[in-house]
Design a protein around this ligand. Structure first.
Ligand code: ADE
Ligand code: ZN
Length: 359
């Protein structure tokens, strides 16, 4: 049976691994660049191709995907620089609030009822030293969206792997002290391979978050191997791992994950575009599930990756021959894995149970 995008849209669900930085559509970037008086780093028609070979505003020729020895072979470093450039175009609180509002609307369009969105203030260069103002503007946009009946979106404030221990702890203390509106979690993202093994560096920050009752989600096992996932569990008290796909290389780690409540927020298209796996057939999502690991399926950076959540779920359903029950089970898992309030989780589980099967 073919599982259509329309049927997937009809299923209430959560998305738990998606970046606000990955929500800028081409038209948004064009408008923002015009307002900021900035020129584009490449032709509009291929701006998102540029993202995977971008360096400091200079476009380089495409990388050699067969060169897996180079950190750049994943394309992640260039991609993150592109996000820096693009988020640097947001200069006013109104622009930030509007971006957050549009993000919530986009999620609603995919039938997403709840989202934990990651925001990494280091990408938003105009807000250096004014990060609380940025967060406040984003939360205002999300409040307005919720009042308008759109997707409920909460924020996971993210550290960058290259930051120092002191910077990380300062962010954690700020969140623990001020409890900014809509912030539910401390996160860490960025290029693990370029930063080196940095679990110990951020242990204090994540311990502060845990002790203050703030959730934790950690990018690991994307550009790092299984050791990054071990560190996320042992040092950073992760409740969720973003990506975590490299856990598949370590049977002891798979057993640890299967035995725990920790889920992996998997994003196959992102992994493929950034060069981790050649195609969907080689992606380890099914192997992770077969090992008993709890897995959710997410978009990561939907706009530059040219996708939407329902397209990702439909593609996975086709590749791994899922039945409708596998898809509704995934929806339930997405709710359980989220940091949504318990009452909302209960309501969404009931709504999923009421979804009609596909015809
Ligand atoms: N920030 C946005 N997308 C990311 C990814 N795939 N890995 C790490 N950091 C990110
Ligand atoms: Zn991510």
């Amino acid at each position: 049976m073919e599982i259509s995008e329309a049927w997937i849209r009809s299923i209430p669900k959560a998305e738990v691994h998606v970046h606000l930085e990955g929500g800028f559509e081409l038209i948004d970037i064009l408008d923002l660049a015009k307002s900021a008086g900035e020129s584009l780093p490449g032709p509009a028609r291929s701006l998102f191709d540029v993202a995977t070979h971008f360096e400091g505003g200079v476009v380089h020729p495409p990388l050699d995907p067969s060169d897996s020895s180079s950190a750049e072979a994943t394309g992640l470093g260039s991609f993150l620089q592109f996000l820096d450039w693009q988020c640097g175009l947001i200069r006013t609180a109104e622009q930030a609030a509007r971006h957050a509002y549009r993000f919530a609307a986009r999620q609603s369009g995919s039938g997403v009822s709840y989202t934990d969105v990651i925001v990494n203030p280091t990408h938003w260069s105009a807000w250096r030293g004014r990060e609380p103002e940025l967060l406040d503007a984003l939360a205002k946009g999300l409040d307005e969206a919720e009042q308008d009946g759109l997707c409920t979106v909460n924020l996971c404030v993210s550290l960058l792997r290259q930051q120092s221990a002191d910077e990380g702890s300062e962010v954690a203390r700020w969140i623990a002290r001020d409890r900014p509106n809509r912030v539910v979690a401390l996160s860490i993202d960025g290029d693990e391979r370029a930063a080196g093994r940095t679990g110990a560096r951020f242990a204090e920050a994540f311990t502060i978050a845990r002790d203050a009752g703030i959730h934790r989600t950690v990018h690991a096992g994307e550009s790092s191997g299984p050791e990054g996932v071990w560190d996320a569990l042992d040092l950073l008290h992760a409740e969720r791992i973003d990506h975590g796909v490299r856990a598949v290389d370590d049977p002891a780690l798979l057993a640890r994950l299967a035995d725990s409540d920790v889920s992996l927020g998997v994003c196959p298209r992102s992994n493929i575009v950034l060069g981790l796996y050649p195609d969907w057939a080689h992606h380890p999502l099914r192997a992770l599930q077969e090992a008993g690991v709890t897995v959710t399926l997410n978009t990561d950076d939907p706009a530059p990756l040219g996708t939407r959540l329902e397209a990702e779920w439909a593609k996975a359903a086709q590749v791994w021959e899922w039945q409708p029950g596998d898809v509704t089970a995934l929806a339930h898992t997405s709710i359980d894995a989220s940091f949504a309030p318990v009452s909302l989780k209960q309501a969404l589980h009931a709504e999923i149970d009421a979804v009609q099967p596909p015809v």
